[in-house]
Design a protein around this ligand. Structure first.
Ligand SMILES: [Zn+2]
Length: 465
């Protein structure tokens, strides 16, 4: 064990930060120039016109109901998924690091599946330098659609917003990442999910496959209903997107599972830290656009593919437009008393979808360039003391520039302060001592800072002896 930060040094730093109450990551001045350029290259490649054309194409298949026609070249889920695959292959042809796959299975009869049904997730992987055993970042949206009667597989179900917006966002993200020549360290997966509306079957199968394959999925950024800027409540808002993240139920220490509330860690799940990371990324790269963090896994009475990733132990968030319009979701297309019902393209704002796509692109790009998180972080509780001792392992043989120890008062939603712990000589065990900061008053978290200036998401240390 080596102490990367001396007691007196920490005392000075910690006092300074407490008094000045500096905000956490206000900017990324430390990011290497080339790094920032490559992230901006992705952002700049994202086009509302392109997103609009993808969404119109998806709508043109009439219905993308999970049990709809699979043979017709122009109508139904089969034509839709073949088009998505062909589009991804088109982008793969100009980027040798991008590969296209299908995750295909037969779903047996269930409450929303009336006959055994072939279900196909279509996805591509932009290979990172870490290779197949490295980290995976997933961008997802579902391409199936539905109307009022969820078993009706023949009626028009345009699904322009739910979730043509999310699926076209994912396809556009592929175009932006592959055409801008972005080179990630971690692998980036672009996933067009099937059968979300029938019970999250596609994403469940995909997350299960990832788990079986031992994929280290560090984030799923799920996009579902990300196109509307005028809510059924009359509110017009194109300035922000909601980001849903689950709370933490329990922590595992050795053999024991302990309710997170014992430590006040309910708001520090890996998914919540991912949401905070996205929030900071947007502040750095997309000024003028906001993330509205919602500290629950989804809206009432609703669910989404991020839940499948959470079920398999992966961090995941859901992006959704700020104000929904229920007249344009899961509705038969019809005019009734002068009111237009149906999930039609005229209710999707491609400029807004492009904003959300840039949020995804920024977060995925930074995550893919960040170092791995500190490993096995522990907050020592072997005796009563006034300060805080933390230790963790460095997962990087090549080294990082250092570590940020974040802290906030327990009632704060976001990280408010940090102390930088420089990475000094060789050694994989790091210890930080913060004699002025009581572990009883604050929540602590640790992020790795790469030599390129990019940070990992924060990980919260578990109590240990
Ligand atoms: Zn949906």
């Amino acid at each position: 064990m080596r102490r990367a930060i001396a007691g007196a040094f920490a005392l000075v730093l910690a006092t300074f930060f407490v008094i000045s109450n500096l905000s956490a990551r206000g900017n990324d001045e430390t990011a290497a120039e080339g790094t920032r350029e490559s992230v901006i290259g992705v952002i700049d490649a994202i086009s509302p016109d392109s997103i609009h054309s993808f969404d119109l194409k998806l709508v043109s298949f009439g219905t993308r109901h999970t049990m709809s026609d699979t043979v017709s070249p122009t109508r139904g889920i089969g034509a839709a998924r073949r088009w998505i695959e062909s589009k991804l292959r088109e982008f793969a042809s100009s980027n040798p690091n991008f590969e296209v796959f299908k995750d295909e299975f037969t779903q047996p009869v269930s409450s929303r599946i009336s006959r055994p049904t072939n279900i196909v997730n279509v996805y591509g992987i932009l290979r990172g330098t870490e290779g197949p055993s490295g980290r995976y970042i997933v961008l997802s949206g579902h391409y199936d659609s539905i109307v009022g009667n969820f078993m009706d597989s023949t009626a028009d179900a345009p699904g322009a917003d739910d979730d043509g917006s999310g699926a076209s966002l994912v396809i556009e993200a592929v175009r932006a990442f592959t055409s801008s020549g972005f080179h990630p360290a971690a692998n980036i997966v672009f996933l067009c999910c099937a059968a979300e509306e029938q019970g999250l079957y596609g994403s469940h199968h995909f997350a299960e496959m990832a788990r079986k394959n031992g994929w280290n999925v560090v984030a799923d950024l799920n996009n579902d209903i990300v196109g509307g800027t005028r809510g059924g409540n009359g509110v017009l808002d194109n300035s922000e997107v909601r980001v849903f993240s689950e709370s933490l139920r329990e922590v595992t220490i050795g053999e024991r599972k302990i309710p997170a509330s014992v430590f006040g860690y309910e708001s520090d799940s890996p998914s919540r830290e991912l949401a905070r990371y996205i929030n900071e990324a947007v502040k750095m790269y997309l000024p003028g656009f906001n993330t509205d963090l919602v500290f629950r896994s989804d809206r009432f009475l609703r669910g989404g593919d991020q839940i499948s990733f959470n079920e398999f132990g992966y961090p995941a968030v859901r992006f959704t437009e700020p104000n929904e319009d229920y007249n344009h979701q899961h509705q038969y297309v019809r005019l009734e008393n002068g009111v237009q019902y149906g999930d039609l393209p005229q209710f999707v704002d491609p400029a807004f979808v492009a904003h959300v796509c840039r949020v995804n692109g920024t977060a995925a790009a930074l995550l893919s360039l960040s170092p791995s998180q500190p490993q096995d972080p522990v907050m020592m509780v072997d005796k009563l003391e006034y300060g805080t001792r933390l230790n963790w392992k460095n997962p990087h043989s090549a080294g990082v520039s250092g570590w940020k120890v974040y802290f906030r008062e327990t009632w704060q939603p976001l990280w408010t302060n940090w102390v930088f712990v420089p990475d000094t000589s060789a050694g994989d065990d790091i210890e930080a001592i913060l004699p002025e900061l009581s572990k009883d008053k604050y929540i602590f978290g640790i992020a790795a800072v790469g030599k390129n200036g990019v940070e990992s998401p924060v990980v919260v240390p578990l109590p240990g002896r």
